[in-house]
Design a protein around this ligand. Structure first.
Ligand SMILES: Nc1nc2c(ncn2[C@@H]2O[C@H](COP(=O)(O)OP(=O)(O)OP(=O)(O)O)[C@@H](O)[C@H]2O)c(=O)[nH]1
Ligand SMILES: [Zn+2]
Length: 353
């Protein structure tokens, strides 16, 4: 728990624009997130003007820094050497690919070897968990608001910390006999929820893992199929008279709302949903389905019929001890705005459509 608490503190500090120390592989570095820095915090952090800029491997590739790097591993982060004209606006332009068209980058930038690669990886992972772009000012020593180890991040993400916090009857439009269960994670602020529809009848429930999508679930976005899939899942469960909808706080396939909107802005520039995530420095899908498996086991359901077109959801649950006795296709809500998105899921992420 104390390790998960370190991670929670570090995430909070990074989001607020405070420096965080990260230790891994016997080395320590101190980091300040670029997107939450301002002139005052940067001057405070970097009194000598010597802090370098740490970027993800994919961002380095877009910036054509990759081939300059000594590191043999192209998947490793890149360190951009600090020069006097690399001020905050230039760092922001380095960090955020959405601005590439509007602000052609100055340069040349020089990449240098990352001295503490494990700590650098952990620092970028921390930024992703904080919902920030993986781009940081880094230096080798100094004071920090929070101290973190790479193991603390593993502990923070451990779904074993998830417990049932409260539950109540919740009549909903599709079923007057529904029940809602809320879960709490000791260190994570996100509250996952299960909506139980109908009555357990001894058979595996019809289950939907629904990842939060503010734009689709609430605002009626036509860019995705989330809204119709949410409604369709509830209807199917009512029809089956026994089902569980897990509402998972994994907005934007785990990259958070702000970064999802950055991905949308990149899609407006012509990149598809996969490339947009990669250009931002994220994985194609950053979700952890062990959370869903833990929720199902806390609800006493180890065998399920899963409503999905995504084989990775099936594999994620099975890898975490939940048996998927049947995959039930869940295709609906296609429209002219999301047809390319759905085609990308079929062609590039293995969706069965
Ligand atoms: N990063 C990113 N997230 C997106 C995009 N479009 C939708 N999402 C998010 O994707 C998640 C929805 O995915 P799901 O409905 O679970 O879809 P899926 O993984 O394709 O699986 P199934 O619908 O079960 O077949 C939500 O968290 C959305 O916010 C996008 O273009 N980029
Ligand atoms: Zn959506």
């Amino acid at each position: 728990m104390s390790m998960a608490r370190d991670a929670a503190r570090a995430i909070d500090a990074l989001k607020r624009g405070w420096p965080v120390a990260v230790s891994a592989g016997g080395k320590r570095l101190v980091a300040l997130a670029i997107e939450t820095a301002n002139d005052v915090t940067l001057a405070d952090f970097d009194t000598g003007g010597a802090a370098d800029v740490l970027l993800s491997a994919t961002r380095a590739e877009t910036l054509r820094l990759a081939n300059q790097r000594e590191a043999a591993n192209p998947a490793s982060p890149a360190l951009v050497e600090r020069v006097p004209w690399l001020d905050l606006p230039v760092a922001i332009a380095l960090a955020d690919p959405v601005r590439d068209l509007a602000t052609p980058l100055k340069g040349p930038f020089r990449a240098k070897a990352v001295e503490a690669p494990e700590a650098a990886e952990a620092a970028l992972r921390l930024a992703r968990l904080a919902g920030l772009l993986p781009a940081l000012f880094v230096k080798n020593d100094g004071a920090a608001e929070a101290e973190l180890s790479a193991e603390a991040l593993d502990d923070y993400e451990d779904p074993a910390h998830l417990v049932i916090a409260s539950q109540a009857r919740l009549p909903v439009a599709v079923s007057e006999k529904a029940e809602i269960v809320a879960f709490r994670h000791v260190a994570d602020a996100a509250e996952h929820v299960a909506l139980i529809i109908g009555t357990p009848d001894g058979t595996p429930p019809l289950v939907r893992l629904h990842s939060e999508c503010l734009t689709g679930d609430v605002l009626g976005s036509l860019k995705c199929d989330c809204g119709p899939q949410l409604g369709g899942a509830l209807a199917a469960m009512t029809e089956a008279n026994w089902g569980i909808l897990l509402y998972l706080r994994q907005e934007g396939r785990g990259i958070g709302l702000i970064n999802k909107l950055r991905a949308y802005a990149l899609q407006d520039q012509g990149f598809d949903t996969v490339d947009a995530n990669l250009r931002l420095g994220f994985g194609v899908d950053e979700r952890d389905f062990r959370v869903a498996a833990r929720m199902l086991s806390l609800l006493g359901q180890l065998r399920v019929r899963l409503l999905t077109n995504n084989p990775q959801k099936v594999a994620g649950l099975e890898g975490a001890g939940i048996e998927v006795v049947e995959r039930v296709a869940h295709r609906m809500g296609e429209n002219p705005h999301n047809s390319a998105y759905l085609a990308t899921k079929r062609d590039r992420t293995g969706h069965v459509l």
